[in-house]
Ligand binder design. Structure first.
Ligand code: 5GP
Length: 335
């Protein structure tokens, strides 16, 4: 097991504040970290508390962090307590009733969140073992995945950044009418509703969804065919697609485009378009919060979008660095 070696790197998938942790043997010796931080695990001699350093910290002191095991137990504490209560209840009818309601509530949870006991579920997360990875000249460039809030105009950003022929973007299928400046197969594949429904039924899409009564979906074959050109390839998808894209095949670099809505703009849009504008902004903000909670641990980079020119410049910078520099990726992608 690689995790037994002394120099192992992991990405933290949760925030840790030692001063708030009642279980730690020594709060002062704890190493605070945030979700997404890369930790170098220095020793794992103790099965419950590891010693770690935070990569990039100027302070090189190692501190205590909960091991995978201890953090896992913490997450499931409530379930163990519940199980204990059930087991200690003596009346068998009460027991069955409780068990049934427990099962039902779990099922409800799975139905509503669509996550269930999925390992990607933020509730079950601990650490992900990572390693430095740099693309070699003969290797296929990484897939760049843009995710963002509903209505965040990511497609526009994607189109603006395509300035060189070494960059390709994967068009999404949509049922919405083509706008005059758009070209079939560039911004989107424009398809009929019947075609879209048939494709969705045949599982052509890695994800699909509706926005303002139009359907949008990205097909996995479209991604593969663009990637086969061996050029850097950008796709914008709804974050659900990350579950299927985060594999060694695609090695996605995930950028979360977060709109920044300045106070003045909020007020102006509320005044100029009563209901509509403000409602859209509200929806955009809400969806950004949701993405952050549910998928934040899978994001490599957050790009705050002030306006489209600066977002575009920043995205270009990121793409250039992706070719030159090394980045942390899950070890399973390079084994
Ligand atoms: P537009 O029609 O203005 O280009 O895009 C409007 C909205 O459609 C986007 O902000 C986004 O919320 C949604 N959309 C665009 N592409 C996709 C996609 O690939 N999948 C899904 N589910 N929605 C998309």
């Amino acid at each position: 097991d690689r995790l037994k070696e002394s120099k192992v790197y992991v990405r933290a998938l949760f925030d840790y504040i030692p001063l708030e942790d009642k279980a730690t043997p020594c709060q002062e010796a704890g190493l605070p970290f945030k979700r997404g931080d890369i930790l170098q695990i220095v020793t794992q001699d103790d099965p419950t508390w590891w010693q770690a350093k935070r990569v990039g910290d100027s302070n090189l002191r190692a501190g205590l962090v909960p091991s995978k095991q201890v953090n896992f137990l913490n997450k499931f504490k409530h379930i163990f307590f519940f199980w204990l209560i059930i087991e200690s209840a003596s009346v068998s009818g009460f027991k069955t009733g409780l068990r049934r309601s427990f099962r039902l509530s779990r099922k409800d949870r799975q139905g509503s969140s669509g996550e269930g006991s999925d390992p990607g579920d933020p509730d079950y997360l601990t650490y992900e073992e990572v390693t430095r990875y740099q693309q070699r000249p003969h290797e296929r460039p990484r897939l760049v995945v843009l995710i963002g809030s509903l209505g965040a105009r990511i497609n526009e950003l994607k189109q603006r950044v395509i300035i060189s022929k070494f960059l390709f973007c994967v068009p999404t299928d949509t049922t919405r009418p083509k706008k005059p400046h758009e070209k079939e197969g560039v911004e989107y594949h424009f398809v009929t509703k019947q075609q879209f429904d048939a494709d969705a039924l045949n599982n052509k899409f890695i994800e699909h969804g509706e926005y303002k009564e139009n359907q949008y979906g990205t097909s996995i074959e479209a991604i593969r065919s663009v990637q086969a050109k061996n050029k850097m390839c950008i796709v914008d998808v709804q974050p659900e697609a990350l579950k299927r894209l985060r594999t060694a095949e695609f090695k996605p670099y995930v950028i979360f485009v977060k709109p920044r809505v300045p106070e003045s703009r909020r007020r102006r849009s509320a005044a100029t378009s009563p209901g509509g504008g403000e409602h859209d902004l509200q929806e955009m903000r809400q969806s950004a919060i949701q993405i952050d909670q549910q998928y934040g641990h899978l994001v490599d980079r957050v790009l705050i979008k002030e306006d489209s020119a600066s977002a575009c410049a920043e995205l270009r910078g990121i793409l250039e660095r992706l070719e030159r520099e090394s980045f942390w990726v899950p070890v399973s992608w390079v084994r």
